[in-house]
Design a protein around this ligand. Sequence first.
Ligand SMILES: NC(=O)c1ccc[n+]([C@@H]2O[C@H](COP(=O)([O-])OP(=O)(O)OC[C@H]3O[C@@H](n4cnc5c(N)ncnc54)[C@H](O)[C@@H]3O)[C@@H](O)[C@H]2O)c1
Length: 334
Amino acid sequence: VVLKVGIIGTGNIGSDHARRLAWRVSGAEVSAVFDVDTARAQALAAEVGAVALGQATDVIDDPSVDAVVIASPGETHADLVLRTLAAAKPALCEKPLATTTDACLKILEAEADLGRRLIQVGFMRRYDSGYAAVKAALVDGSVGEPLLAHFVHRNAAVPDTFTTEMAMNDSLIHEFDVARWLFGQEIVAATVVPSRPSPLAWPHLRDPQLVLLHLADGGLVEAEVFVSCRYGYDVRCEVVGSTGVVLLETPTASAALRNGRRESPVPADWRVRFGAAYLVELQEWVDGVRRGVVSGPSAWDGYAATAVAESCVASLASGRAVEVGLVARPPLYA
Ligand SMILES: NC(=O)c1ccc[n+]([C@@H]2O[C@H](COP(=O)([O-])OP(=O)(O)OC[C@H]3O[C@@H](n4cnc5c(N)ncnc54)[C@H](O)[C@@H]3O)[C@@H](O)[C@H]2O)c1
């Protein structure tokens, strides 16, 4: 049977996910949508053959909705995830799972009470072919023991509503998940050091910044975040192992050699860079949910990433390394 999906939040990524589910993912259709912007929700509903409902809870409780995609702003996620768990329906929640660790812990408790995993967090990099190849090289031991990593996260520009803290809980949250996933280690402390600001960054922003993540086994991950780099969207990762290095640069489909130069395009934004990863993420989520299995990034992964972001924001204020104090990992996420 086809999985009927309800979408909450029909902005950038909610609309993208709805179109992918309607036309590109097999075994799924979009049956209901909701957005506080009624006109936007109605336009998307007409496009993908769904109905626009009057409230988010109408989507969650609708009998024609088997599973929910939560793609509204981060502050709304926790309540919606808890409502979805109360209805015992699976949800793919865009990052962040919740904006505070306290809210994440309520979600972990609610899922533990149900005794099975229903929540997946939208950490789509795990489905990117480049990151998957890095993970495979670390798992097969071909570069020895992973010791440290260098990450880069650059955006061409951000709106003036973007804050210095958002570089941690909005942008680098993807790097926090990638670091935990690639190394198979929790991040136990974080230090943030803002650089001399770019003259092209918004005056209220500290941009770029460097973050040092300390892993439980003593490994280190150093991450640059620069959200006003102007030239494009550039995400990189280099893992240094005891016998070799695994390198992921921004992929290029083609290069032009002309006039004595070699030129290749830089993706404009995350939509271009990770378009294929979102499709794999959704297809695997739909395939799993149809079999009654949710196996992607878990509520625990969402909690751990939010906890690291909180420590980074505290480090930004204090200038010091700040510990990441996680609760004991519940057996559900073993
Ligand atoms: N995984 C990724 O790479 C990725 C990329 C982009 C965005 N995101 C995440 O997805 C979420 C949405 O981001 P976006 O870029 O699409 O933002 P957006 O602003 O384009 O869209 C958000 C939509 O939610 C609607 N909305 C606001 N309050 C709502 C509520 N209470 N209930 C329902 N709808 C509500 C808004 O009207 C808007 O249409 C954010 O959490 C963001 O961090 C993840």
